[in-house]
Ligand binder design. Structure first.
Ligand code: IMP
Ligand code: MG
Length: 176
């Protein structure tokens, strides 16, 4: 276990306070990145009490253990909806940063009023892009982590805490 349920709760609360202080009473459009951000989103949005809309996009960037450049599919309704809005992109983890960087670049083309990003986790020493996330829950070591929405081959998302995946766990995960 890397982060307990209590530690996660405290980190999400801290991030919610920072987001609230930044936007105050402005209305916010959150763009959540599927699938890894769903647990964070559910906990985070209940701690934000400004007027808020939620949109979801799918990012497929990760297969098995290797993290490769992302391949984003954006929902067409959302593309119309973000114009002139204050947009906050929410993802589970900032690893190389390519997923978030690409998504921010795509949203930037849609005449948003402002654009920021929030992640639960940022992995140390992995960033490959110029711009980092604006709000971060936790900085973690360069380990492969699962739980609280994060997966290995689509497993372990339901763990209520964050765990480091070890070699023995990979064998138990079963056929991909
Ligand atoms: P990036 O584009 O390299 O920043 O990778 C971001 C995506 O890779 C995340 O949204 C995750 O889906 C996945 N990813 C990166 N590191 C981990 C990890 O340690 N556990 C689970 N998924 C990860
Ligand atoms: Mg993901």
């Amino acid at each position: 276990m890397l982060l307990s349920e209590d530690e996660l709760r405290a980190g999400v609360a801290r991030m919610a306070d920072e987001i609230t202080a930044h936007y105050r009473d402005r209305s916010l459009t959150i763009v959540g990145v599927l699938t890894g951000s769903i647990v964070l989103l559910a906990d985070l949005i209940r701690r934000l009490d400004m007027p808020l809309r939620l949109a979801l996009v799918q990012a497929r960037s990760y297969r098995g253990r290797a993290t490769t450049p992302s391949n984003l599919s954006l929902n067409a309704d959302m593309l119309l909806d973000v114009r002139d809005r204050d947009v906050l992109v929410v993802d589970d983890i900032f690893d190389t940063g390519r997923t978030l960087f690409e998504l921010v670049a795509r949203l930037d083309e849609l005449q948003v009023a402002s654009l920021r990003s929030a992640v639960l986790l940022r992995k140390q020493g992995r960033q490959q892009v110029a711009r980092g996330p604006d709000f971060v829950g936790f900085d973690i070591p360069d380990e492969f982590v699962v739980g609280y929405g994060l997966d290995y081959d689509d497993m372990y998302r339901n763990l209520p805490y964050l765990a480091v995946l070890e070699a023995a766990d990979i064998e138990q995960a079963g056929p991909a």
